[in-house]
Design a protein around this ligand. Structure first.
Ligand SMILES: CC(C)(COP(=O)(O)OP(=O)(O)OC[C@H]1O[C@@H](n2cnc3c(N)ncnc32)[C@H](O)[C@@H]1OP(=O)(O)O)[C@@H](O)C(=O)NCCC(=O)NCCS
Length: 292
């Protein structure tokens, strides 16, 4: 079959509830960690587009997650292994960029090395990077050492105003619905650190197909970041993934000391702006490439 014939045989459509199984098959085929709850959450919070073959099989996807009015995350760019290099990812991306442009929104995504090749050609530019660290189900080597003045506890309803105030300048866009959804996904990992009653760090996590993902972790300092992670690793069974921002070299060394190993790199890319939103000095762990 020629490229052109194949391309005309697929149908472009919005993603809805009935495409969740197909989306899951795509992410599983790419060895990604999303489970059904992730697909449900993303389609509830955002807008998905897909390409289906004549027999109804979903062969390509993209999901847009608007964060506030100015930015949207571009997520779940997936093409089934048997349909790659036919221009489907580029087509999905152009569909998403048109959707963003009609709303005057900037698009941001976290690219795998394979995706990076597609995105550069569609005009996205590199900003900063992070790496996925993984640890199989094994007890962490060292626990949380008490640091005087730092209080750790589970997030309660009344904490959200302070958490959102910490998150907004770090992430650079409002993502309250996502953060609240994650807190409900894995309450044991929904933790905060405070000093003198003032919240200085928070952590969220979620279940996944292969591992529990820890993140986002936004922290004013390394000590509170490590304290929250140690606390979470002691409470939440593995295996674990966490995506550490490259600039936080001390946290990366700490993760290696706990037994984590580096799995793969990601590059944060933007379309329609010079730089990625936010200030990553306090972003220790991103939420994950599909969420930002
Ligand atoms: C990355 C992925 C989405 C690309 O989908 P695709 O439909 O094959 O991409 P396209 O056909 O639109 O590619 C357009 C161009 O990008 C480049 N490109 C695409 N995939 C590439 C790869 N694996 N390596 C190098 N360049 C690549 C090529 O220049 C390609 O043009 P060409 O085929 O004429 O040479 C697909 O391989 C995939 O699903 N991979 C697993 C999941 C993943 O990594 N997704 C990206 C998330 S950020």
């Amino acid at each position: 079959m020629t490229e052109n014939t194949e391309t005309t045989l697929v149908r472009e459509h919005d993603l809805a509830e009935e495409h969740i199984a197909g989306g899951l098959a795509l992410s599983r085929a790419a060895n990604w960690n999303q489970n059904e709850a992730d697909w449900r959450m993303m389609l509830r919070l955002g807008k998905g587009f897909g390409l289906s073959a004549a027999d109804g099989t979903l062969v390509a996807s993209i999901v847009l997650l608007p964060y506030g009015n100015a930015y949207a995350w571009m997520s779940m760019v997936l093409v089934s292994p048997g349909h790659r290099r036919l221009g489907y990812a580029s087509r999905m991306l152009r569909r998403a960029l048109a959707w963003l442009q009609s709303r005057a929104m900037v698009g941001v995504l976290d690219a795998t090395p394979a995706g990076h090749e597609v995105y550069v050609q569609e005009g996205l530019r590199d900003t900063w990077g992070f790496q996925r660290y993984s640890l199989p189900a094994a007890p962490p080597l060292s626990g949380w050492q008490d640091v005087s003045g730092l209080e750790l506890r589970q997030i309660a309803d009344g904490d959200w105003p302070q958490i959102l105030a910490l998150d907004l300048p770090a992430f650079g866009a409002s993502r309250e619905p996502l953060l609240r959804a994650l807190a409900a996904r894995l309450p044991e990992a929904a933790l905060l650190a405070s000093r003198g009653g003032k919240i200085c760090a928070y952590l969220l996590g979620r279940d996944g197909r292969e591992a529990r993902q820890l993140g986002p972790l936004v922290a004013a300092d390394l000590v509170s970041a490590q304290a929250l992670l140690s606390h979470a690793l002691a409470r939440v069974p593995g295996p674990w993934y966490m995506d550490i921002v490259d600039r936080h070299a001390s946290l990366r060394s700490w993760a290696l000391m706990q037994g984590f190993s580096v799995q793969r790199p990601f590059t944060r890319m933007v379309h329609g702006a010079q730089r990625a939103p936010g200030d990553n000095r306090n972003v220790m762990l991103v939420a994950g490439p599909e969420l930002g």
